[in-house]
Structures are given as structure tokens and as C-alpha cells.
Design a protein around this ligand. Structure first.
Ligand code: BGC
Length: 379
């Protein structure tokens, strides 16, 4: 019988009509346990979600970090497909944003400056001459409030963080909610919601480094990747978009058809040289504002497939170019060059300074919403 079928009527779980609401398959579960303390003594927890169909996710309220994600391969064997650490202390000590929610502004803002309603704001410059991922103490380094959630066959954890007015230089008290959920059909769903009491800018994303062979099991150059984007935003030599939306066609940036990540990554193409490989925002092809397919990655070695669906206009494809073997992660695995890749759904980098890019301004009375899904299957 299909693993996803109701044991009473045989229908797939979502379509079970025999006893709606009393689907008799394995039960999804969410549990929590203490997971250490931050350097200033705040207790941290680890939430474990199990969907009853072979998928498990562990999420900590420190940085809203996805610590592990267990997914079956084509033989039904589960493996952890995200890079990270075994202990919160290691995330605190040195993490290249493994698995976190990056904010308030994910990716770069040129020179750490932007103007809004005629006022100039200055942010920390923490990446060459630019501001990156929210500054010195971004959303990846704060403790979120957490509560388990259960809705039908979906189990999850809801994380809330209230960022005070002026935190890291950003205006407005920002109330943020991020909910991670696991569905019965093997999707990790991330829903974002935020409101502000003064005009501000906002761009949230999820920053997992994926390896569909399993974390620490080699580089990701053999993964086949499709990105549903005919254009991307080329960058200058500090990785700030030039403002152009350039066609991918005829360049090594083109992933409109499934292509091995490693096939062209070392080509002598100025954009790749600037990023040390792929580290670019793609302008997603979309019709309307709903959930649409952004990317699909496939690891021939394990058969795992991951699709990314989102409501966002862009996706950052980062090929783990800055991993260099100096970080030792879960189970003592050493993370070498390009051992993980990120697919970060987002607004375009440096949008606060680029009036032709979709707006990232959030005003009082408005609600920021984002919905992204990482859907897993096998081939
Ligand atoms: C950026 C990279 C950066 C990485 C880790 C990505 O989102 O695009 O340039 O190195 O995050 O910080």
C-alpha cells in the first residue's frame, strides 16, 4: 500500500473521505526539549517535528534555525540534508548563517545606507563595504519565542520575535512571526508574517545549506538544478546588484533546464568570478502573486528531489563558495568547499536603494507575508 494512503480506504491522506479528520495513518508529532543557553544566559529549546511519513525536522528558537532535516532517499533510507551543528554553542561561536531566518534585511544593502521618506538610515557594515543579513546581531542571533502548533496533519513550531525600534539601525518596532510546518506529503512549509509601527524595510529568508546526498557527504556539484528564471540581477565586485535584470540565456547563469551545478561554475565569466561561483539573485518567472515553482534540485546519487515554491519575486542561489573546510559540523563532518547550496527565497538584494526593484517598504497598517515550501520526493 502507498505509504501516504489511509489504512481504512486506501486513498491518499489528503483525499481520504472515509472518515474525514480521522485519517488512520501514522501520527504526526511535535516535541520540545531544552537545548542549552545563550552567552547571556537565555535558555534555548529544540523542537522536533515528525510527519509520520519519514520526515523529521529539528528547529531551535535561537535564530529560528533549522538544525536538521531528515528526508528519505529512493530506498526509503532517511538522511539529514542540511548543514549545521550539534550544539547551540557552535551556532553562537561561528556560523555562516546555517539554517537561520535572515533578517531584518536578508542579503546586502550597499554601504549599509538607505533613505526612506526623506530620512537616511545607517546600518552596520559587516561584509566588505556592505551590510549583510541584518547586521551584527541579526535575526539569526536572537532568541525567538516559540510554541508548538498542530493543524490537521501538519505539525509545526511558531516563532515570534519583536525587534525594537532602531535595532541594528532599522526604523520601527517590527513584530515578526515565522512558522515552520511539516506536511504529510513531505513538505517543509515556512510562513512569514510581520507588522510595524513605523515605516521600515524588510526582507526575510530561510538560509539552509542543502546537500541532498546528506550533510557532510561530499560537494553539491553533481546536483542537477533547475531555476525557473529567465533573468538574474548581475552584481558589482562587492556583490551589490548593478540594477540590470540580465537574461540568463547563453551564459553559465542559465538553469532554466536541469544542469549540474558544477558544469559551468568555474567558467571564466565575470559574474562567476565576482561571486567565487554562483551567489546571485534570480528574477523568478511567475504568473501572479501566488505560490509558484522557483527551483528544483535533484541528487542522482540518492534520488532525492527538492522543489522550492514561493510567493517571493526572487531567489538567491548560493553554491557554498565560502565554505573552506574550516568548520566542523554535525557528527564531526567537515564542511569543505561547496558542500552545501542555499536557495533563499527573497526580494532582490539592495532593493532599498534600487527604485526599479519591487518595493520592500512596510508601513504601519500593512502586513508582510511570505509563503515558501521545500517539497521533497524521490526519483
Ligand atoms: C550570500 C553570500 C554569503 C552567504 C553566507 C548568502 O546569502 O549571498 O554571499 O556568503 O549568504 O553569509
Amino acid at each position: 500500500m502507498n505509504r501516504f494512503a489511509c489504512v481504512l480506504c486506501g486513498a491518499v491522506a489528503a483525499l481520504c473521505l472515509t472518515m474525514p479528520g480521522v485519517y488512520a495513518g501514522p501520527k504526526p508529532e511535535v516535541s520540545q526539549r531544552p537545548w542549552g543557553v545563550t552567552s547571556d544566559g537565555q535558555p534555548v529549546e529544540l523542537y522536533t517535528l515528525a510527519n509520520g511519513h519519514g520526515m523529521k525536522a529539528a528547529i531551535t528558537n535561537y535564530g529560528a534555525i533549522l538544525v536538521s532535516l531528515e528526508v528519505p532517499d529512493r530506498d526509503g533510507k532517511t538522511g539529514d540534508v542540511v548543514l549545521g551543528y550539534d550544539k547551540v554553542e557552535d551556532y553562537i561561536k561561528d556560523s555562516p548563517y546555517f539554517g537561520c531566518i535572515a533578517g531584518r534585511y536578508a542579503n546586502r544593502i550597499a554601504k549599509g545606507k538607505f533613505s526612506l521618506d526623506g530620512r537616511e538610515y545607517s546600518l552596520a557594515v559587516n561584509n566588505g563595504p556592505n551590510h549583510l543579513h541584518g547586521g551584527l546581531k541579526g535575526f539569526d542571533k536572537v532568541v525567538w519565542k516559540a510554541e508548538p502548533v498542530r493543524r490537521g496533519r501538519v505539525v509545526g513550531v511558531r516563532l515570534t520575535y519583536v525587534s525594537p525600534d532602531g535595532e541594528e539601525g532599522y526604523p520601527g518596532t517590527l513584530t515578526c512571526q515565522v512558522t515552520y510546518g511539516l506536511t504529510a506529503d513531505n513538505a517543509l512549509v515556512i510562513r512569514y508574517r510581520a507588522t510595524t509601527d513605523a515605516p521600515t524595510v524588510l526582507n526575510l529568508t530561510h538560509h539552509s545549506y542543502f546537500n541532498l546526498k546528506g550533510q557532510g557527504e561530499g560537494d553539491i556539484l553533481d546536483h542537477l538544478l533547475m531555476i525557473n528564471a529567465d533573468r538574474y540581477t548581475p552584481v558589482d565586485d562587492t556583490l551589490i546588484p548593478t540594477g540590470e535584470l540580465a537574461p540568463v540565456a547563453g551564459t553559465p547563469m542559465d538553469f532554466t533546464r536541469p544542469t549540474a551545478i558544477g558544469k559551468r561554475i568555474n567558467e571564466d565569466f565575470v559574474q562567476l568570478l565576482r561571486g567565487g561561483g554562483y551567489d546571485h539573485n534570480y528574477v523568478l518567472n511567475r504568473d501572479g502573486g501566488g505560490l509558484s515553482l522557483a527551483a528544483r534540485a535533484y541528487a542522482p546519487a540518492t534520488g532525492r528531489v527538492m522543489e522550492v515554491w514561493t510567493t517571493e519575486p526572487g531567489i538567491q542561489f548560493y553554491a557554498g563558495n565560502f565554505l573552506d573546510g574550516t568548520l566542523t559540523g554535525k557528527d564531526g563532518k567537515v564542511y569543505k568547499h561547496r558542500y552545501g547550496f542555499c536557495l533563499e527565497t527573497q526580494h532582490f538584494p539592495d532593493s532599498p536603494n534600487q527604485s526599479d526593484f519591487p518595493s520592500v517598504v512596510l508601513r504601519p497598517g500593512e502586513t508582510y507575508r511570505q509563503h515558501t515550501e521545500y517539497r521533497f520526493s524521490v526519483r
